[in-house]
Design a protein around this ligand. Structure first.
Ligand code: HEM
Ligand code: SF4
Length: 552
C-alpha cells in the first residue's frame, strides 16, 4: 500500500471544500449548468442519462480495506447499493444526488480517495498491472513510477488543459495486463542488454472513433529520465495537438499525422533542453516514494501445502476455481486471487455494498488488508497464503464472487451503454448479460478456453471492443440497435485491433452470432489448447464469416 502524506491529504481536503462551494452555487442557481460543467468535470462528476455520475480514481488499482469500506458506504448511503468498476481502475456511482456530492467526496477524502482528474482534458488516473508488486514475471514494482507520475501530474498547470484527455499506463511484467499499447502513453519496464532497468515508451495508442495501437518511440529510457521525457512528450502534444476538432485532438492523431519518427524527433529535441534539469529523478527521490509503499510481513511458507492439496482433491468445485482464479505469487506459499465480478446474468464489473464490505473484511483477514482493481473489471486479493485458500473460497463463493470464469468467455468487459450513458447508441449490459446466460456452462467455457469478449455501446469504445478477441460495437441504424462484430483484437503485449466480420446484426441476433463464432472456432482449432485468438490469427476471419452469414 502507498501512504499519502500531509501534502496529499491537504490537497484533497481543499478540493472538497472548493467543490462544496461550487455545488452550493449551482443549487442556488448562481451558476448555470453550462458554467458548472467545467467545475464538476474537474471533480469526476458527469451528467448522464438519468442522473449525475461520479467517477472515483483508484490509483494503479490499489485499495485498502478501509477504502473499500468507504466505497461500500457510499454505495449504500448515497447511491442504490452498488458501484461499477471500470477498465481504467476507477469506480463509478450512477445515482448520487448533486446535493449529496460534497458529503460523498468528504467521505472519500477521509480514506484518501478522490475524483480529481477522472474527467476533463488532463492526465487521468495512472493505471498499472493489477498484480503489480506480486507478479512472478515482474522486474520491479511499477506502481512506484506510476505514483511518481501521479504526483507530478496532479493539478500540474501546464497539463490541466491539454487538447484532450490523456491516459498513461505502466507495467513491469512480461505479460501486459494493463493494456499499455492502447493508452496515450504506455510504459513497459524492462532490462536492456547491460542489465539496467528502464522503460520502453509507447505513444499514440487509443481506441474510440479512430483506433490505434501505440508506437514505440523510445525503446529504452533510463529511469532517471522518466519525468523529463514524459514532460517532453506532453509539451509536444500540448503544442501541436489539434484543438480545433475534438475528433482529432487525441495524441494518437498527432502521432499518426506526423509519423512516429518525426514525433519522436520532436520529443527528443524538447527533451534535450530539460533532460538534465530539475526533472531528472535522483535515486533518493525514487527511494523516498518507494519507502511509502509498504509490503506485507510475509511468513516463511512453502508452495502447495498439504491442506491445499487435500482440499483440491476432495472438492471439485474448489479445484475448478483454484485452477481458474488463483495465480502464482512471487513469495512462496502465497497466491494472487482474482474475484470475478462477472456472475451469470449480472452487469459486468458491478459490486454491491454488501459484497464490498465482505471483501474488505476478507482482505483484512487473508490479504494484509489490500485489494486490487483490475483492467478487466474484476477485483484481486493480492497476498493470500495458499493454506487459507479453501476457507477464503467458501466465503467468496457464498457472496457470489467466485464464479470460475476469469479470462473465459463469460468474463466480459462492457461499458454502461444505453442503460446509463448519454452518448450511447445501443445497450451493452443486456448483451453481456445474455451472453453470460448462453455460456453459463462452466464445462463448456473451460473447453473454449481463454476468450475475451468486449462490448461498447458506441464508437467511443469504453468497452475496448477493438481489442476484444471478439469485439461487439453497438451502432444505430434507422433508430434500431445493431452491432458490428470484430474478431482477432487483443490488448496484451501483442496488441492488435480486431477485423470486422461483416455487416452489423440486429440486437436480437447478437448472442446467436457469437455462439456461432465460438462454435466455428471449436471446429477450426487444430488442438483443444489452440486459443481462440491463435485460431483467428492462423485462419483469418473468412471461415468465421462464412459460417455466421450462412446461418443468419
Ligand atoms: C458513462 C459515462 C461515460 C462517458 C460519458 C464516457 C465517455 C467517453 C468518451 C467520449 C470517450 C472517447 C474519447 C476519445 O477518444 O477522445 C471514451 C473513451 C473511453 N472510455 Fe469512457 N465514458 C463513460 C464511461 C466509461 C466506462 C464505464 C469505462 C470503463 C468500463 C470507460 C472507459 C473508457 C475507455 C477505456 C475509453 C477508451 C478509448 C480511449 O480513451 O482511447 N468509460 N469515453
Ligand atoms: S462506449 Fe459509448 S455508450 Fe459506452 S460508455 Fe462509452 S460513451 Fe457511453
Amino acid at each position: 500500500m502507498y501512504h499519502y502524506d500531509d501534502f496529499d491529504r491537504t490537497l484533497v481536503a481543499e478540493r472538497v471544500a472548493e467543490f462544496r462551494d461550487q455545488v452550493a452555487r449551482r443549487l442556488s442557481g448562481q451558476l448555470t449548468e453550462e458554467e458548472f460543467k467545467p467545475l464538476r468535470l474537474m471533480n469526476g462528476v458527469y451528467l448522464q442519462l438519468h442522473a449525475y455520475m461520479l467517477r472515483i480514481a483508484v490509483p494503479y488499482g490499489t485499495l485498502s480495506s478501509p477504502q473499500l469500506r468507504t466505497l461500500a458506504h457510499i454505495a449504500r448511503r448515497y447511491d442504490r447499493g452498488y458501484g461499477h468498476f471500470t477498465t481504467r481502475q476507477n469506480i463509478q456511482f450512477n445515482w448520487i444526488k448533486l446535493e449529496e456530492m460534497p458529503e460523498t467526496l468528504a467521505a472519500l477524502a477521509e480514506t484518501g480517495l478522490h475524483a480529481m482528474q477522472t474527467s476533463g482534458n488532463c492526465i487521468r488516473n495512472i493505471t498499472s498491472d493489477q498484480w503489480a508488486g506480486v507478479a512472478r514475471d515482474e522486474i520491479e514494482d511499477p506502481r512506484i513510477y506510476a505514483e511518481i507520475l501521479r504526483q507530478h501530474s496532479t493539478m500540474h498547470p501546464e497539463f490541466s488543459f491539454l487538447p484532450r484527455k490523456f491516459k498513461i499506463a505502466v507495467t513491469a511484467a512480461d505479460h501486459d495486463r494493463a493494456a499499455i499499447r492502447v493508452h496515450d502513453i504506455g510504459l513497459r519496464m524492462h532490462r536492456n542488454g547491460a542489465g539496467e532497468t528502464g522503460f520502453e515508451v509507447v505513444v499514440g495508442g487509443g481506441l474510440g472513433r479512430t483506433p490505434f495501437v501505440g508506437k514505440t518511440i523510445k525503446p529504452f529510457l533510463h529511469k532517471r529520465d522518466l519525468l523529463s521525457y514524459i514532460e517532453a512528450v506532453l509539451r509536444v502534444y500540448n503544442q501541436y495537438g489539434r484543438r480545433d476538432n475534438i475528433y482529432k485532438a487525441r495524441i494518437k492523431i498527432l502521432v499518426h499525422e506526423l509519423g512516429a519518427e518525426k514525433f519522436a524527433a520532436e520529443v527528443e529535441e524538447e527533451w534535450r533542453a530539460i533532460k538534465d534539469g530539475a526533472l531528472a529523478l535522483d535515486e533518493a527521490v525514487v527511494a523516498d516514494i518507494a519507502s511509502r509503499f509498504t509490503y506485507p510481513d510475509y511468513e516463511t511458507l512453502t508452495d502447495e501445502p498439504a491442506s491445499l492439496q487435500t482440499a483440491r482433491a476432495s472438492d471439485r468445485r474448489f479445484d475448478t476455481w483454484f485452477r481458474n482464479s488463483v495465480a502464482p505469487h512471487k513469495v512462496p506459499g502465497y497466491a494472487i486471487v482474482t474475484l470475478s465480478l462477472k456472475p451469470e446474468g449480472a452487469p459486468p464489473g458491478d459490486a454491491t455494498a454488501d459484497q464490498m464490505d465482505r471483501i474488505a473484511d476478507l482482505a483484512e483477514r487473508y490479504s494484509f488488508g489490500e485489494i486490487r482493481v483490475g483492467h478487466e473489471q474484476n477485483l484481486v486479493l493480492p497476498h493470500v497464503a495458499q493454506r487459507d485458500l479453501p476457507a477464503l473460497w467458501t466465503v467468496l463463493d457464498a457472496i457470489g464472487v467466485a464464479t470460475p470464469n476469469v479470462g473465459l468467455v463469460s468474463d466480459i468487459i462492457a461499458c454502461p451503454g444505453l442503460d446509463y450513458c448519454s452518448l450511447a447508441n445501443t445497450r451493452s449490459i443486456p448483451v453481456a448479460q445474455e451472453l453470460t446466460r448462453r455460456f453459463r456452462s462452466l464445462e463448456s467455457a473451460h473447453n473454449i478456453g481463454r476468450l475475451h469478449i468486449n462490448i461498447s455501446g458506441c464508437i467511443n469504445a469504453c468497452g475496448h471492443h477493438h481489442v476484444g478477441h471478439i469485439g461487439i460495437l453497438g451502432v444505430e441504424k434507422n433508430g434500431q440497435e445493431f452491432y458490428q462484430i470484430t474478431l482477432g483484437g487483443r490488448a496484451d503485449e501483442h496488441a492488435e485491433l480486431g477485423s470486422l466480420l461483416g455487416p452489423a446484426v440486429p440486437y436480437e441476433q447478437v448472442a446467436d452470432v457469437i455462439e456461432d463464432v465460438v462454435a466455428a472456432y471449436i471446429e477450426l482449432r487444430v488442438r483443444p489448447d489452440e486459443l481462440f485468438i491463435d485460431t483467428v490469427k492462423r485462419v483469418g476471419i473468412e471461415p468465421f464469416k462464412e459460417r455466421v452469414y450462412a446461418t443468419h
